[in-house]
Design a protein around this ligand. Sequence first.
Ligand code: C6P
Length: 420
Amino acid sequence: MSSAQQQTPVSTAGPITDITSLRSDFPILDQMVHGKPLVYLDSAASAQQPQAVIDAMVAHEQHDHANIHRGVHELSHRSTDAFEAARERVRAFINARNCNEIIFTRGTTESINLVAATLGRTQLEPGDEVLITHMEHHSNIVPWQLICAQTGAKLVPAPITGRGEVDADAFAQLLNERTKIVAIAHVSNALGTINPVKEMTAQARAANAVVLIDGAQATPHLKVDVRDLDCDFYAFSGHKMYGPTGVGVLYGKEALLDSMPPYQGGGEMILTVTFDKSTYAELPHKFEAGTPNITGVIGLGAAIDYLAGIDLDARCRYETELLSYATEALRTLPDMRIVGEAEQKSGVISFLLGKIHAHDLGTILDRDGIAVRTGHHCAMPVMDRYGIPATARASFGLYNNHDDVDRLIAGLRRALELFS
Ligand code: C6P
C-alpha cells in the first residue's frame, strides 16, 4: 500500500472523545529515564509523534520515496500525490481557500523570514513601522529587525501587562498610518497567553496594515480558521503539533502571495530559465525552491489526520482542565511564582521556585525522569519585561495527565528540600 493511501483516517466510528486513551499512541512515552518513568512536559519545544505519524513516514520511505513534480515514473507520481494530498490536508486544517495559499517551509521561523524577506523588503520604506508585541518569540522579532535595518523601517513592540496580556489600549494607540506590518503571536510560548488575534487583526487591517500571525503554539491546541481570522499570513511548525521537525507552513492570501517576489531561487520555483532572465512558477511552487522535506510533509499530513480523528471540543476541554489542575497544584508550593497569568492561556506554565535557578530546577527534575524546558525560551524580551533571566516551563500535550502533574509537583518539592 502506498503511504498516500495509508494517510487516510482509519476510524469510521466518529472522532475520539476519550482523550485519556490516547497516551498509548505515543511509543516514546513508554520508557524509563534515569530509572524513572518518563514524564514529558516539553511539548511546546517539540511535541512527541504518535505511531500513526511515524508509520506514515516509514511507509513512504519504504515504498514510495522519490523526488516530486519531476519524474514520469510510478514512484515519483506516488510521492507527488502524497505530498500534494498533505497540502490539501493542511488547507482543510486551517480552512484556507485553496492550496495555492499553502506554502511548505522548514517551520515557523522560515515562514516568517520568507514574508520579511519578500513582502517586507519590497514594501517597507524609511519611516514605516512593523508592530509586534513584547511577548514575541525571537523568530517573530529578529526577521523584522533584519528587514528594518535594510529598509529604514522601525520595529515597534506593543507593551504587555504584568499578567502577560497585550496592553490593548497601547496596541490600538501604536497602530497608525505608518504601520505597514503587524506580526503577533497567537499563543505565547513563554507565557501561554492566548492573544485575541481576531480582534487585533481587525484593528490592524482597519489601519491598512498587513497581518502575520505566528501560530506555532496555537495549532497544537486551538481551532485555527484563517478565513475567520482574516489574517494575511499564518505561520506554524509541524513538530509542535505531533508531526516531524523540519517542516512547517506559511499560509498567505493568494493575491498577496502572487504579488510578492520569490524568496529563494532554484529548481522547482521556476517556469523558464535563460541566462538573461527567469520566469517563475505559479503558486505555491514559486515559494518552494529546491527539493522539499517530502517525508516531513507527509508526516505533517498524518499528524493532521491524527488530530482530525479526535473530537476538538473534548481535546480543548481536556487540555484546559489539565492546565488549571497544574496551575492550582503549582500554587500550593511555597515561593512559587507563575510568570504569565493571562485570563486566556493554553499549553504552557512558566514558573520560578524560590531562589532556585531555573536551570537547577530543570536538572533536578530530569534526574526524576521529568522533562521541562528552562531558560529564556527564545523570548528574551519577555524575561527582561519581568526582570528575570529565565523560567522553568512545563508545557502540555494531549498525552499528559494528572499523574504527570503530580510527579512534577513531587519533583519540585524535592528541589525545595534540596535547596532549603
Ligand atoms: N518555540 C519553544 O520551546 P520553529 O523553531 O521554527 O519550529 O518555531 C519557532 C517558534 C516561533 N514562534 C513561537 C511562538 C514558538 O514557540 C517557536 C518555537 C520553541 O518555545 C523552541 S524555541
